[in-house]
Design a protein around this ligand. Sequence first.
Ligand SMILES: Cc1cc2nc3c(=O)[nH]c(=O)nc-3n(C[C@H](O)[C@H](O)[C@H](O)COP(=O)(O)OP(=O)(O)OC[C@H]3O[C@@H](n4cnc5c(N)ncnc54)[C@H](O)[C@@H]3O)c2cc1C
Length: 419
Amino acid sequence: MAFSYSEVEGKRAHDPLMACHHAIRSTKCIWFTGPIIVGAGPSGLAAAACLKERGIPSLILERSNCIASLWQNKTYDRLRLHLPKQFCELPFFPFPKDFPTYPTKQQFVAYLDMFVSQFDLKPFFETTVLSAEFDPICRFWRVKTSSGSKGSVAEYTSRWLIVATGENAEEFVPNLEGMDDFQGSILHTSSYKSGEMFRGKRVLVVGCGNSGMEVSLDLCNHNAQTSIVVRDSLHILPQEMLGTSTFGLCMCLLKWFPAHIVDRLLLLVSYFMIGDTAKYGLHRPKLGPLQLKNKAGKTPVLDVGTLSQIKSGKIEVCPGVKRIRCNSVEFVDGKVDTFDAIILATGYRSNVPLWLKETNMFSIKDGLPKKPFPHTWRGKDGLYSVGFTKRGLLGASMEALKIAEDIELTWKVDMKKCC
Ligand SMILES: Cc1cc2nc3c(=O)[nH]c(=O)nc-3n(C[C@H](O)[C@H](O)[C@H](O)COP(=O)(O)OP(=O)(O)OC[C@H]3O[C@@H](n4cnc5c(N)ncnc54)[C@H](O)[C@@H]3O)c2cc1C
């Protein structure tokens, strides 16, 4: 049985979480026997469950007041998983059979709630990690947190630190010239819920990834006059092809053929299904979708209906934004249009460099692991990362399993010493 040890009180307890609670109240300096996981999104939960399966307790620290805060608080109402459910499963826990192929966000959150109950995971909510640093003398990680409305500060220490704060921790808001002069509303997709409040309005969506495309469709369905900025080239693929999901087909073909061959097939089938997208201002990159994903981490857009609205002219494609004025936007081709609202579908950034005092594993520039997939998950001195593969939930599940297996090796040695 695992135990926790509060340095100041010198007490040992058989329930690690009880011991932590007890120690927080009295000392604010807490030694935790198992790994500390930062973030209670799907990746952090997956890591905790994999550890639990091996009998290793973990402590999950989460800044918000719920699990999967990205999904619960920062996504739009019509969101469904972009990939079929079998590719979004967390370890040891399939989706319920009666869930559709592409579960809604409410169903995904319900699935995560069931996952948490199944593995009896109890994250510490409203606990923001302010900094984490490896102490080379004691050889453990010091994790400083601020929690509750009063922001009380504590320090947790452990031999292992698992970074699970996600590739989407902070909204990325570009600095567009004249933004402050705009008299309409400007919001990031993380605050967008539905097109209802934009009915009859002229709305510009900046950014054409999966979110930008889907928000444009939602606006269009709510009778907003919708335009979307497509600055760079991009691959749009049908969500399903040849009677199956495009993602599933890729996974299957990649077992037999190299990426450039699969890319050719994808582009050929896409051409027959959706035609030449360049005719609508959506130019394809030179590299095929899978090669581009492998090389630059750029995800192709899986079309859920936006393309047909672009073809019918209900959604207008615009080039890059040059500057914003009080009620209009000037584009790089010199055209000027008036808008009531601008929605920034400009994505997110990792926040790891803001709190992790370590520069070998994570890049300061983008907060992502320096090593490419599949070597993203392990650093030095008991440092791990889960969910930074640019491969969604499938990548996170794979990493969670590897991390637990790796930690178990040192955990067993430690336990023997203690006995
Ligand atoms: C709109 C949208 C749709 C998507 N659809 C899919 C899909 O269909 N399939 C798929 O595989 N992937 C999809 N993704 C990718 C997505 O990143 C993953 O689904 C998933 O949410 C990643 O989980 P995560 O736990 O790594 O990160 P997150 O879900 O972002 O969780 C990280 C957690 O860490 C917490 N945190 C951050 N900083 C701190 C700190 N300093 N201290 C304490 N806690 C902190 C955050 O509050 C958050 O709860 C989608 C992403 C978006 C934005």
